[in-house]
Design a binder for this molecule. Structure first.
Ligand code: ATP
Ligand code: LTN
Length: 328
């Protein structure tokens, strides 16, 4: 079976963007692929995290994976820091990457923009991500649009390793949704919805209660005009709400346009809120059950046990090829 790997940072509350751009595809791919889904806590600390919050969010993200439909009997679900080989293989890839390549990464540019001091971890972030993916020789990597560039770098690093030390790593392909690969912020149609945005009104968290969702959607910025029409260049904000609508209600953009012809934004936003609430309700219920059962610790433990053999073997092979003296 072809392999799939992806990861999500426990850097805040998961958003509808994470769900539509990534998690939804995780759930789909587990039926046809051997899947590895990680909570990438080592990546989350590339920006400062409160220790208690990091612990809580790590557990919460793992529980949301399961609540969203990832089945631990089909996919390995684990925490990145539970498999020590990730950090070590990450270091090996850091030494293979060029400064210039890392300087070109738009995520680094965005996240360091305007800051006086930027952690070195933020700079080498993509080499750890490359290690995550190549560790399991993943064929496919389901991600949102913003991770495309990191995946290109992963492919380059894999090819560079293979060329220097002999063929070893599979060159992975991105798997990006056609609609919804970049859900935009509710307060600014030019920025992506992001869980680490300091303004909670900019995103819909998967665990937001129904009234909070209704309020956030009613306050979402909309473009001038009143037609519900999909035109991301000229009407980015309404188009974004339409993509969310389409995903949550399971109807096409054309059907949405037809439904709201001549009605303006008010009715559209009101219905949108109800579709989002209805979509998230079962997920929120399952989440509460999983958290109260405490089963997530066992799931993560089992996941780490399932993958650690593969990870240790990859690390050992890579080190051997690079010329490390292996302990005998
Ligand atoms: P942070 O704000 O902490 O950087 P994030 O919300 O951007 O986090 P990540 O953990 O970096 O989320 O991303 C997890 C997955 O969700 C990735 O595959 C990413 O591409 C996808 N994703 C994140 N935001 C969006 C979005 N707005 N639209 C579609 N996909 C998204
Ligand atoms: N950089 C990713 C998170 C991530 C990831 C991965 C995604 C870390 N390791 C491996 C896919 C595969 C992000 O979403 N910001």
């Amino acid at each position: 079976m072809p392999r799939v790997l992806s990861g999500i940072q426990p850097s805040g509350q998961l958003t509808l963007g994470n769900y539509i751009g990534a998690i939804q595809n995780f759930v789909k791919l587990q039926e046809t692929h051997e899947c590895f889904f990680m909570v990438v806590d080592l990546h989350a600390i590339t920006v400062p995290q409160e220790p208690a919050a990091l612990r809580e969010q790590t557990e919460s993200v793992a529980a949301l994976f399961i609540a969203a439909g990832i089945d631990p009997a089909k996919a390995s679900v684990f925490a990145q820091s539970h498999v020590a080989a990730h950090a070590e293989l990450g270091w090996l890839f850091t030494t293979l990457a060029y400064m210039g390549e890392l300087e070109r990464m738009t995520q680094f540019k965005d996240k360091s923009n305007g800051k006086d001091s930027v952690g070195a971890g933020l700079f080498v972030y993509p080499t750890l991500m490359a290690a995550d993916i190549l560790m399991y020789n993943a064929d496919l990597v389901p991600v949102g649009d913003d991770q495309k560039q990191h995946l290109e770098l992963t492919r380059d690093l894999a090819a560079r390793f293979n060329q220097r030390y002999g063929d070893m790593f599979t060159i992975p392909e991105p798997y990006i949704p056609k609609v919804g690969a970049r859900i935009m912020s509710l307060d600014d149609g030019t920025k992506k919805m992001s869980k680490s945005n300091p303004n909670p009104g900019s995103y819909i968290a998967l665990l937001d209660p129904p009234d909070v969702i209704r309020k956030k959607i009613s306050r979402a910025t909309t473009d001038s005009g009143r037609e519900v029409q999909f035109n991301p260049a000229e009407k980015p904000e309404v188009s974004n709400l339409m993509s969310i609508y389409s995903h949550c209600a399971g109807i096409t953009l054309e059907e949405i346009t037809a439904r709201y012809e001549g009605q303006g934004y008010g009715a559209f936003k009101k219905d949108l809120a109800e579709h989002v609430v209805a979509k998230l309700e079962p997920l929120q219920q399952r989440y509460a059950e999983i958290r109260s059962s405490g089963e997530i610790h066992q799931i993560l433990k089992q996941g780490a046990e399932q993958v650690s053999g593969i990870a240790e073997k990859t690390l050992r092979d890579a080190k051997e090829r690079m010329g490390f003296l292996l302990p005998r």
